[in-house]
Design a protein around this ligand. Structure first.
Ligand code: SAH
Length: 291
């Protein structure tokens, strides 16, 4: 991709993400002159809430003025993720008991935004609004909502469970490593990477066996698997840690079998050889059986 220009949608997404991130500007200015706690008041006090709502309304008005049609939809999502990331940072750096939820907001918004941006870089032909993975599936949305509900209920009933800083740090490390591995895989696979498993081989499709693919056959799934569990470890959500582990494991086991069936059709002996040499990277998942 060296030297090639980022597609329009990619550029719009960067600008709108940064515009969303501008929610940080007012509290940053205020922090310079006041106490850090004020950052959080910005979200909880009525006056702070009004300021943030007016700010979001103004930047959305700007988006409406600048962009039209499909590009506006990209901008709206980019901006929403930027606002979420900005609010996550504010909460993370405030001296309250919500710090770890702030980390979670940053992790979630960063993941979804960079899924879009990296797709725009490596495979612009496959780029669509779905590349944000915001509407991945009903199950994915339900999983996210369940984790918010579990966090809130436990925060109200067993608040000490949400203050296990070491556990949240373990979750943060899992999230960072998982995110790094997934994006490294996407960048290594380049145009061979696709959010939708391909059943027909494109002419340009080549077998990737280098970089992170030399260690794991499915590095982006390994990254996503540990990232998703990491988000729940970060939130100290015991029920969702188990739920996410089981659900993601089953999801990837099925997906890998489906994907490897196509890969054997595409690359025959080359893939079978690769499969013998390199593990999937996911625990107790060996992929499709070959006779
Ligand atoms: N499972 C891989 C890639 C996910 S993207 C990972 O976890 O990193 C899904 C697409 O990648 C599918 O269309 C599949 O055909 C393609 N793919 C998977 N492994 C590949 C490889 N080693 N080389 C080239 N394409 C691959």
């Amino acid at each position: 991709m060296a030297g090639s220009k980022l597609v329009l949608e990619g550029r719009v997404s960067i600008k709108s993400f940064l515009l969303g991130l501008s929610v940080l500007v007012i509290p940053l200015i205020r922090t310079t002159f006041g106490h850090l706690d004020w950052v959080f008041d910005y979200l909880t006090e009525t006056s702070g809430k009004i300021v943030i709502c007016v700010h979001i309304a103004v930047i959305n008005g700007l988006l409406l003025l600048i962009y039209r049609g499909p590009v506006y939809k990209v901008a709206l999502r980019g901006c929403f993720l930027g606002v979420t990331f900005g609010c996550g940072l504010m909460i993370s750096f405030s001296e309250t008991t919500w710090t770890h939820f702030g980390w979670y907001m940053c992790s979630l918004s960063f993941f979804h935004y960079t899924e879009y941006l990296v797709t725009a870089v490596i495979n612009p032909h496959s780029l669509s609004l779905d590349s944000f993975l915001l509407n991945h599936s009903m199950e994915y949305t339900l999983a996210a909502v369940s984790s918010w509900v579990e966090f809130t209920v436990e925060k109200l009933t067993v608040p000490e469970l949400k203050q296990l800083k070491w556990l949240s740090v373990v979750g943060l490390i899992m999230v960072l490593c998982g995110e790094g591995l997934r994006k490294a895989a996407m960048l290594t696979a380049g145009s061979n990477f696709n959010h939708i498993v391909q059943n027909e081989k494109a002419q340009s499709h080549v077998l990737v066996t280098t970089g992170v693919y030399a260690y794991f056959r499915h590095p982006s799934y390994v990254g996503w698997f540990y990232w998703s569990i990491g988000t729940q470890v970060m939130l100290c959500n015991p029920v969702c840690i188990v739920g996410y582990t089981v659900a993601s494991w089953r999801f990837f086991r099925e997906r890998i079998e489906e994907e490897e069936l196509s890969l054997i059709h595409f690359f025959a002996e080359d893939y079978v050889e690769y499969k013998k040499r390199v593990p999937t990277g996911l625990p107790f998942i060996s992929g499709i059986r070959v006779n």
